[in-house]
Design a protein around this ligand. Structure first.
Ligand code: SF4
Length: 475
């Protein structure tokens, strides 16, 4: 059975063969998953005897992994007789030179061959022939497909206007479709479309951060080379930025240089906890703001804050820097110490009840951060992906300000770290004549309840309300 599986995975397959063989091998694949066989057996099956060698009849094509993981790793695609026989990492860079290292794809990129030859892949235009949801489709020609789309575009434009046409924010194949924005170009050139704003990843942090810092920015991970303590809230690079060239690699190299202690606050025991040799503080999801308040209470009550310095750079820490327009006792210190409007002291014991982190550990954490020479505090995007995520974002951003760990080597302002941008070739998309845009999460409302979509209730931008609902959806 093991040999059959290996042959199945390494041989060129037609779609029909793949479907039929997959069905026969279904139980074997399930069994293999349970004992962690597939990746190792495939890796061995695909690795040439001498790494990087190209065998007779094979040619190398250069491509990239285009899923939306935040990286875009280059791939060497080895092709024989017009079929991909294996995927290898690019090897043009010398690992010995810092900053010139290879960008190594993770298993997801290395298994791109599986995607290309997956029996589940839609390879031809398929038109729905049954009722929606019934799962009945028939294959049509490319000519029929393009004519159908063109006719629908014209029909909907004429009947409802261009605001009824929506181009959806996709994520899984983001770099294919949005990085090469042929659809947006087409829609712009033919009259425009209803746009979206925000992203699935950063809606709350991008919106909330300007209220704290004025703009969305952070220090580079390479600053950690100068830190002695790193505190990460819900940041799990080993699973979300796993390329050998991106931020996980920068973090790894910076930690190697500084040997800083790492503390990860996360509901899950993640791969990052393991690979970064971190102390894990498990926390109840969505309670990070309470943890920060408990830390702040310790900092204030143990006199660990340089209040003159905080008031010099921040507005509203205590009454001395509170704007005259603010309500009395509306300062951050009043909120934490229980003299604000809710009258609740945010003690470590109070925070422990909410977060499930023991009060003793909360106090210790406050003292550790205060005593650090250079503490790098940052947050991932998980903690803000909840109701009230904006408040979580802003709470975490107060910690560096309270402890003076900002604006110096080895520190950060509590944000997601700055990443080096790199240019990617792309088609010009032109200008969208339709200025209306909706939050990316709310497209379902724009279909079902468009009359309720307004600027004040649902965050519509560029117009007070939607003129019409979505009638044609590009996804
Ligand atoms: S890190 Fe993995 S998923 Fe991301 S681009 Fe590279 S190979 Fe693809």
């Amino acid at each position: 059975m093991k040999n059959k599986l290996k042959n199945f995975l390494s041989a060129p397959v037609s779609r029909r063969e793949a479907v039929s063989t997959a069905a026969k091998l279904g139980s074997a694949v399930a069994l293999s998953n349970a004992i962690s066989l597939p990746f190792t057996s495939i890796a061995r099956a695909n690795i040439p005897t001498s790494a990087g060698a190209v065998n007779a009849g094979e040619v190398v094509r250069h491509s990239a992994c285009l899923v939306n993981c935040g990286s875009r790793c280059p791939l060497k695609v080895i092709v024989k007789d017009d079929r991909i026989v294996r995927i290898e990492p690019e090897d043009a860079k010398d690992d010995a030179v810092f900053g010139e290292h290879q960008i190594r794809p993770c298993l997801r990129g290395r298994s791109s061959r599986w995607r290309v030859y997956s029996p589940d892949r839609v390879k031809y235009p398929m038109k729905r022939v049954g009722k929606r949801g019934e799962g009945k489709f028939k294959r049509i020609s490319w000519e029929e497909a393009t004519a159908f789309i063109a006719n629908e575009l014209a029909r909907v434009s004429e009947k409802y206007g261009r605001e009824a046409i929506y181009y959806n924010y996709q994520s899984g194949a983001y770099y294919h479709t949005q990085g090469t924005p042929a659809w947006k170009r087409l829609l712009n050139l033919t009259g425009g479309y209803l746009n979206y704003h925000n992203t699935y990843s950063t809606a709350q942090i991008a919106t909330a951060t300007p209220y704290t810092h004025g703009k969305y920015a952070g220090s580079h991970f390479t600053q950690i080379a100068h830190s002695d303590l790193v505190v990460l809230f819900g940041l799990n690079l080993s699973e979300t930025r796993m390329s050998g060239g991106g931020q996980v690699e920068e973090l790894r190299r910076a930690l190697e240089a500084s040997k800083a202690k790492v503390i990860i606050i996360d509901p899950r025991y993640t791969d990052s906890v393991i690979t970064e040799h971190a102390e894990w503080l498990p926390i109840r999801p969505t309670t990070d703001a309470a943890l920060v308040a408990g830390i702040a209470y310790t900092l204030i009550s143990e006199n660990l804050i340089d209040e003159a310095e905080v008031n010099k750079y921040c507005v509203g820490y205590d009454s001395s820097s509170l704007p005259a327009t603010a309500a009395p006792n509306a300062s951050y210190k009043d909120y934490v110490m229980g003299t604000g409007s809710d009258g609740i002291q945010k003690t470590p014991e109070w925070a422990a009840e909410i977060t499930a982190i023991p009060a003793t550990r909360i106090k210790q954490l406050a003292r550790e951060i205060a005593a650090a020479r250079a503490c790098y505090i940052c947050q991932g995007w998980g903690p803000q992906r909840h109701a009230n995520g904006e408040q979580t974002v802003r709470a975490i951003q107060t910690l560096p300000a309270l402890t003076g760990h900002f604006g110096r080597p080895g520190t950060n302002n509590g944000n997601w770290p700055y990443g080096t941008p790199y240019g990617v070739p792309s088609l010009p998309v032109g200008t969208n004549p339709v200025t209306t845009s909706i939050p990316c999460y709310l497209w379902t409302d724009a279909i079902l309840n468009p009359e309720k979509m307004t600027a004040t209730t649902q965050g519509v931008k560029g117009a007070d309300k939607l003129k019409t609902g979505i009638k044609l959806f590009f996804n």
